[in-house]
Design a protein around this ligand. Structure first.
Ligand code: SF4
Length: 68
């Protein structure tokens, strides 16, 4: 599974951080930071795939997408 994070779409609700702290951090202004890869795109380790899907499903701005 791959995860893509569109930082320009992030509005800082921090739902991703609350639900999937292993994948997301929060910057000083409250916007999300993808902990994996280059911060924009990464391959998700198998054990984190469920969390990645949860974060994508719960981002109200559709800033997070996962592809199998
Ligand atoms: S849930 Fe979406 S909009 Fe909210 S902080 Fe995370 S990536 Fe940004």
């Amino acid at each position: 599974m791959n995860i893509d994070f569109d930082r320009s779409a992030c509005q800082g609700h921090n739902r991703c951080y609350s639900l999937a702290e292993a994948l997301f951090d929060v910057d000083d202004e409250g916007y999300a930071i993808l902990r994996l890869g280059d911060g924009a795109s990464a391959e998700v380790p198998t054990e984190l795939e469920e969390l990645a899907q949860l974060a994508a499903d719960n981002c109200p701005e559709f800033a997070i997408t996962v592809t199998p």
